[in-house]
Design a protein around this ligand. Structure first.
Ligand code: SF4
Ligand code: SF4
Length: 230
């Protein structure tokens, strides 16, 4: 069965694609390329694939989609690129094309719904973290990792489990107020985004950021309602 290609709703702009001179400078800064080591998992490879998709030379097959899925969207490549390729705009145009024109398998669709319905919502995530907190404190995590039982059931879940940081009580409360005064003379007023996931898992990073900013004369405003920044 032939896979559909891109539709006419804002496909990656050929003008932006043509800015890539294929020099490869971006490869060394791209985390997906550094881990996977394949050209198609690099910025250059993805730009090349966008061009081929636009030209109808390749289809949106599961393999092609997997190379776009592996892009973290970190945009490290944009600052490295000597040719000024606006990869941010290209990948932003590409992702909706994939969602519209590629039918993912049911399990993958459910998995993605679970992720997108959970991670941008700290209050929902907190509820899930209660059993995970107990799981860690009772030492079950050690047992699960030793026996690799989750890996046998679901590699996706096992990958998530392996990334689960150590949870602490601060995970379950908002520790920072809306307004934090500068230490000494105020020189700046800055806004701070806590991050949906970071504020639960890496609260210490936010605490450290507050210490650095206030020590440098910043008054910090933390909007109490923060949406997903992805
Ligand atoms: S650094 Fe820029 S121009 Fe060079 S291959 Fe990467 S995206 Fe293309
Ligand atoms: S945005 Fe994607 S292509 Fe660019 S450096 Fe990050 S992972 Fe690589």
């Amino acid at each position: 069965m032939q896979s559909p290609t891109l539709d006419s709703q804002h496909p990656p702009a050929p003008k932006l694609i043509d800015a890539c001179v294929h020099c490869g400078f971006c490869l060394s800064t791209c985390p997906s390329y550094r881990i996977l080591g394949t050209e198609m998992d690099s910025p250059r490879g993805r730009v090349y694939m966008m061009d081929a998709l636009n030209q109808g030379e390749i289809d949106l097959t599961p393999a092609v989609v997997s190379h776009f899925d592996s892009c973290l969207g970190c945009l490290a490549c944009t600052t490295t690129c000597p040719s000024g390729v606006q990869y941010d705009k290209l990948i932003a145009a590409m992702r909706p094309q994939i969602e519209r024109n590629h039918q993912r398998p049911l399990v993958e669709r459910l998995y993605r719904q679970f992720i997108f319905g959970l991670f941008p919502y700290p209050n929902r995530l907190r509820l899930l973290l209660i059993p995970l907190f107990v799981y860690q404190k009772l030492g079950l995590q050690k047992l699960v990792r030793q026996t690799r039982i989750v890996e046998k059931v679901s590699p996706h879940l096992a990958a998530m489990e392996s990334n689960l940081p150590e949870l602490s009580l601060s995970t379950f409360q908002d520790t920072l107020p809306e307004l934090i005064p500068a230490q000494g003379t105020q020189r700046y007023r800055v806004g701070m985004i806590l991050g949906c996931v970071q504020k639960l898992f890496f609260d210490r990073v936010n605490q450290a950021t507050v210490r650095v900013l206030t020590a440098n004369g910043c008054e910090i405003v933390i909007p109490q309602s923060q949406g997903c920044c992805a």
